[in-house]
Design a protein around this ligand. Structure first.
Ligand code: G3I
Length: 457
């Protein structure tokens, strides 16, 4: 028997039996006055439900019919990328992007802009550029495109995929990265200057699992941007899932921890390979994770029908090749209509922020810790503040009784557990009187009771 949203609404008893058969986590309860489209269901909680759109499919009536009916946010799949909008340097081309933007806006839908700066899909002229010329060309591109679309874009992916995969948690090498580590913040400042009304997002993939180094690297960048006033409003989680990259059990934790930095989070390119009830359950978990995070403002799937997908063979979308609703559609719609839920994890995760402070040490400095704790681990950010005289170096001592450091930044450390001493690195030893600097670390276990103390050196 096929589980449809309609059957759930009409036959709750049957639905309960079916639900029990395909997995305990699928939503069984009928929802009074349930919305019948994804966009309308998401709007009930103030969120959106969007899709990627390809300009060359806007003549396909099945495609456009589903688009107009179901979605209230649109992302151009390829048409706003650098190679599409500036094919020759200084010559901008908006024809296909405009077709998508106009179609969406005529239908009362909003638009996510994707993407202003990226190492990939650069036009040929840009691919071989470097140094100041490339930096200026990139900034001009950001300025021109964001200005052209000013007032029409809900959120821009200002920078896409700038972090490397693997264990380091650092930046991806690219011609843009080689112009200097500040290229990302420069792009964000240019975008803000061009369109102060659009939300400005950093967007990436493989950043869904909180324990991954790449996730932590992006987190630290966003934390740094927020602390220094770099204009960033949101973080996009592409969320391309398959058996090699499944929906992580800590997905909601990841979304919540980023949101706790003071940014919106958005699921920007969702697709989940698979079929049937397992795919339906995964879509439900992702949807519930977003609904459980107040600052998760919406979900975008990366295409409409399976045959529209960049991973068509994995049938990762909500409609089959004929435009029929799949089980994953129904579980997503039902999750949206339920307006929340217990969240996707089997374990309870909590995020707490505590601040502990010790008095000035001999050289007159204070250390405070902001702790972000979840089930399996934590991120601690330690702020070192100089007293009435400037510091030329500092040592912070922490106690890790039930925890082990797994990674750290902006400080040298003496060990990974027990009493750990942290000393400044080259660039953050000089702190003016009354000024402050930060370093941080991630760890496994319980990070409470760090009790930091600070001394000048
Ligand atoms: O339009 C040409 C066509 O004329 C030509 O015959 C054909 C030959 O290969 O290529 C067509 O262009 C392709 C284009 O998609 C449109 O279908 C490009 O080769 C192909 O590279 C391009 O792939 C896009 C990919 O980004 C490029 O990086 C996918 O459609 C698009 O879904 C995908 O989207 C990315 C996001 O931007 C960022 N995150 C990952 C996501 C999936 O890869």
């Amino acid at each position: 028997m096929k589980l449809t949203s309609k059957s759930v609404a009409l036959f709750p008893i049957i639905a309960t039996v079916v639900t029990a058969a395909i997995g305990a986590t699928l939503i069984a309860a009928p929802v009074a006055n349930a919305a019948t489209t994804l966009g309308a269901a998401a709007q009930q909680s103030g969120r959106y439900f969007g899709t990627a759109v390809a300009a060359n499919k806007l003549g396909d009536s099945t495609y456009v019919g589903i688009l107009n009916r179901e979605f209230d946010m649109v992302t151009a799949e390829n048409e706003m990328k650098m190679d599409a909008t500036e094919p020759n340097q200084g010559q901008f081309s908006y024809g296909n992007a405009d077709r998508i933007v106009n179609q969406a806006r005529n239908q009362g839908k909003r638009v996510r802009g994707h993407a202003l700066a990226w190492h990939s899909q650069q036009p040929g002229w840009m691919q071989n550029m470097s140094g100041t010329a490339l930096r200026n060309a990139m900034l001009n591109h950001v300025t021109q495109v964001a200005t052209y679309y000013r007032g029409k874009i809900y959120a821009w992916d200002v920078v896409n995929e700038a972090f490397a995969d693997g264990s380091g948690g650092g930046r991806r090498d690219s011609n843009l990265q080689r112009t200097g580590n500040d290229w990302i913040e420069a792009a964000f400042r240019a975008a803000r200057a061009a369109d102060s009304g659009a939300k400005l997002c950093y967007n990436d993939y493989n950043t869904d699992d909180w324990s991954h180094a790449k996730t932590q690297g992006v987190y630290r960048m966003v934390q740094d941007f927020k602390s220094r006033g770099v204009p960033i409003d949101c973080v996009g989680f592409q969320s391309h899932f398959n058996s090699n990259s499944p929906v992580p059990s800590n997905y909601q934790t990841t979304l919540q921890n980023f949101a706790n930095l003071g940014v919106d989070v958005q699921i920007t390119e969702l697709d989940i390979e698979g079929s049937g009830s397992s795919q339906a359950q995964n879509y439900q978990r992702v949807t519930q994770a977003c609904l459980a995070v107040a600052r998760c403002t919406g979900i975008t799937v990366w295409g409409i029908r399976d045959t529209d997908s960049w991973r068509a063979s994995g049938t990762p979308l909500l409609f089959d090749g004929s435009g029929n609703k799949k089980a994953a559609y129904n579980s997503t719609l039902d999750a949206l209509n339920a307006g929340g839920g217990p969240g996707p994890t089997t374990t309870t995760t909590t995020t707490t922020t505590t601040t502990t402070s010790n008095g000035p040490g001999p050289g007159g400095c204070t250390a405070t810790v902001s702790l972000n704790q979840w089930n399996e681990g934590f991120v601690a950010t330690i702020k070192v503040t100089a007293g009435s005289s400037a510091l030329s170096g500092w040592t912070v001592t922490t106690t890790l009784s039930n925890a082990t450091v797994t990674g750290s930044w902006s400080a040298n450390r003496s060990g990974t557990s027990g009493t750990v001493n942290w000393t400044n690195v080259d660039y953050n030893g000089n702190v003016p009187a009354g000024g402050s600097t930060e370093f941080g670390f991630q760890g496994s276990g319980n990070g409470s009771g760090l009790n930091p103390s600070c001394a000048a050196r």
